[in-house]
Design a protein around this ligand. Structure first.
Ligand code: WTA
Length: 714
């Protein structure tokens, strides 16, 4: 039995580019059968120095048994991304249109920038980079808070053909040093610091340490560090303990202020025309071996794909105000804060602060202030915010959010309770939710809902457990499933895999033996052909690129995620293949259990990991975060256990439910299950926890382990 379907409302449909499933189907079909024509139409909106030539738009090899893997798109064309984002829009009459509303950490700090002004500043900074000897192909590392200079810097690099590598400004100096060295960055651009909530972060100090560590540990020298003088111009979020300038070092030989780089520079800077397949940026993503992977994205394909996904997935129209809460340090920030909105001449909000400062209504008050029409955030944020409101009483006091039309979700499965809350309380049951599945590697959305076309399903929690599919006989991953979430669907009459793949994307479900699963079933999510926005290689590691993504199933790009197709043809991403569990031979998605736990009104968030078990192989170990002020007791454990037994089955009953004050999350909000698995077994060798938003939570979780879970001593 399927969970309830929610149809797009008139509020959404009347504006939509794709107002029906039929329209989507036609376009999708065309994107596969007449791929060249399809992308030519997209390309026509852009300015080319050398236009793409007909014939052989997409050249590729996905099959490692036939030679090296490669993807080339519009290979002989030449263009400049920055020119297309700024000059082209100014020429098209959008010079006075606001590109960004910038909202600072303090509600007292805000500004706006038009397309024309952005172009001026980008050119000035690009000239500054050139004056300092940065040239096409040079790598520029960026370690910045959410300020306009981060965008300006990325675009200035694109303008001169330099390759930026943004490192999320929450990474430690060790992590930054490793990335600086791996990318062989010549220059590091940063800010003195920034406030997030009541905490001040001194980025320049982290950069000082990282540059030093890069030199001593990796023998890599960063020639220069450019620093935005940001702290002086904003309202402090708390009290300053010392003079700002005393917080970091200043090296006269290598450090230079951003405003000094701009001094005397012209606001005219001719773009460097680059080849379609020249690199645009490198972005590091974590790899299972621990060494980060430098994902390389190139120019034309990335731009076309970012632009097209933004337009259709968010249904962006000229007067809309769009807001993506992601940090520029992640792929979501690259594609959907910077490149895609600007490619569509969009007006966006860029927010420096946190959802909780000065109060927990900050997100909603920003939506209200700028009359945001598209809001794109992560389930973790939704769950965290939900916890501050009483879901039951219906008396949520929120500002007017009626400007909203499309709500986006990204990064992890969204559990049914969070989905429903988002849909009801934020979207007021009239907005479409687009659950966008993609990866750093995919460059843009690959499987997603479309606002006007896709009937939505909130999640899988009400369903029977998904392991009862015949495909289980052939699909045998080493462990069980991690998590299940609703993604998207296409009523699947033809039995072909297409759960709302974006245009040009051809997903398949394969079993362990590489045999395609048609109809309901679960297996590995792979893609049978390239799309323009996908990664091209790993920085200086083509071998690893082929090994990680193409060796398991020759001929396919392997996402590393599991997927399940239900009876209605919906595709549900079940999570990373490496984060799964298997209880008594039952493949299990932890997300499903998490969804059930989180459906209890007292629970704010839950995470489930496998714990080795003598009889069952693995057992469920659950971490439960309660809503503020609520008491964790034996009664609650009993109720939750019963709830899981009821909703899924006795075999899924948790062995342990532990009270968690919080969960170990990266600063981008990803739960680090590796650490939870260690806590579950009482193993204090948790490894590196420096990338956690709050490393202190780990010790608290160890202390909170229930008595029976503690290792026996003596
Ligand atoms: C997961 C983030 C379920 C998935 C854009 C993927 C999701 C990994 C979703 C990539 C979603 C991302 N539903 N899972 N809507 N979006 N994921 O590289 O496991 O930071 O492989 O890119 O996040 O994470 P990354």
């Amino acid at each position: 039995m399927s969970s309830r379907m929610y149809k797009p409302t008139d509020h959404v449909i009347k504006k939509s580019y794709l107002p029906s499933i039929q329209k989507y189907k036609e376009m999708y079909e065309r994107s596969l059968t007449e791929s060249e024509l399809f992308w030519t139409e997209v390309a026509q909106e852009f300015q080319w120095h050398v236009a793409p030539k007909p014939g052989g738009f997409m050249k590729y090899n996905f099959d490692i048994t036939k030679g090296r893997v490669f993807v080339k798109f519009m290979e002989e064309a030449e263009l400049n991304v920055c020119y297309n984002l700024l000059d082209r829009n100014v020429k098209n009459g959008f010079g006075d249109k606001i590109a960004f509303f910038w909202e600072g950490n303090s509600p007292d700090d805000y500004t706006r920038i038009t397309y024309r002004k952005l172009l001026d500043l980008v050119c000035q900074f690009a000239n500054g980079l050139l004056a300092k000897g940065i040239r096409k192909g040079d790598r520029v590392a960026v370690y910045m808070p959410m300020i306009l200079e981060a965008v300006i810097c990325m675009l200035a690099c694109a303008r001169i053909g330099a390759v930026h590598t943004v490192v999320f400004a929450g990474f430690s100096s060790d992590a930054l040093a490793e990335r600086l060295s791996d990318a062989k960055a010549k220059l590091l651009v940063t800010a003195d610091g920034a406030w997030r909530g009541e905490r001040m972060y001194v980025y320049k100090r982290t950069c000082d340490d990282a540059i030093e560590k890069a030199r001593t540990f990796f023998k890599h020298r960063v020639d220069m560090c450019m620093v935005v003088n940001h702290l002086d111009r904003v309202t402090p979020g708390g009290s300053l303990k010392s003079e700002i300038k005393d917080l970091y070092n200043w090296n006269e030989e290598t450090d230079i202020w951003w405003h000094e780089v701009l001094e005397g520079e012209s606001n005219i800077c001719p773009p460097e025309w680059v080849a379609a397949e020249d690199p645009l940026f490198v972005l590091y993503t974590s790899g299972s071996t621990g060494k980060p992977k430098g994902v390389v994205h190139t120019t034309a394909g990335y731009l076309m794909y970012a632009a097209a996904t933004f337009r259709y997935v968010f249904d962006y129209h000229r007067r809309d105000v769009y807001w993506c809460t992601a940090d520029v340090g992640w792929i979501t920030g690259h594609t959907y804060v910077v490149y895609a909105p600007l490619a569509n001449a969009a007006t966006s909000v860029m927010f420096e602060g946190t959802p909780y400062f000065p109060k927990v209504d900050r997100y909603w008050s920003i939506i209200n202030k700028y009359k945001v029409t598209q809001f794109y955030t992560a389930p973790t944020a939704i769950r965290a915010l939900m916890a501050h409101y009483n879901v039951e009483d219906g008396n949520l006091t929120m500002p007017d959010l009626s400007s909203l039309r499309v709500l986006g979700s990204v990064g992890e499965p969204i559990n049914p309770a969070a989905w429903l809350w988002y849909y009801t309380r934020i979207g007021k049951e009239r907005c479409s939710i687009v659950d966008t599945f993609w990866q750093t590697e995919t460059g843009g959305h690959v499987i997603t809902g479309l606002p006007g076309a896709t009937p939505m399903k909130p999640g899988a929690a009400e369903k029977k457990h998904p392991v009862y599919y015949s495909s289980m006989d052939t699909f045998r991953p080493k462990q069980g499933w991690d998590r299940t979430v609703m993604i998207v669907h296409l009523p699947n009459k033809s039995n072909r895999t297409r759960g709302f793949p974006f245009f040009g994307v051809e997903p398949k479900i394969l079993n362990e033996d590489g045999v395609e699963i048609e109809g309901p079933g679960e297996g590995y999510l792979v893609f049978a052909r390239p799309w323009p926005g996908m990664m091209r290689t790993l920085l200086e590691d083509q071998d690893r690129f082929e090994r990680v993504y193409f060796s398991k199933f020759p001929g396919y790009y392997c996402t590393g995620d599991g997927v399940r197709r239900d009876e209605d043809g919906y595709l549900w991403i079940t999570g990373r293949i490496d984060d799964m569990l298997n209880v008594s031979g039952h493949l299990m998605s932890t997300a499903e259990v998490e969804g059930v736990l989180a459906s209890d009104p007292r629970v704010s968030e839950a995470a489930v990991v496998p714990k080795p078990h003598e009889v069952k192989g693995e057992a469920l170990y659950c971490f439960v975060v309660l809503k503020e002020g609520l008491q964790f007791d034996a009664d609650l454990v009993k109720t939750l256990t019963l709830l899981v037994r009821q909703k899924i089955g006795a075999f899924a009953a948790p062995d342990t439910i532990q009270n968690a004050p919080g969960l170990p999350k990266t600063r981008s909000g990803k739960i680090m299950r590796r650490i939870l698995r260690k806590i579950a077994v009482g193993d204090h060798e948790v490894g590196d926890i420096s990338t956690l938003a709050d490393p202190g939570v780990v010790e608290e979780l160890f202390n909170n382990r229930p008595a029976e879970a503690k290792p026996k001593t003596g």
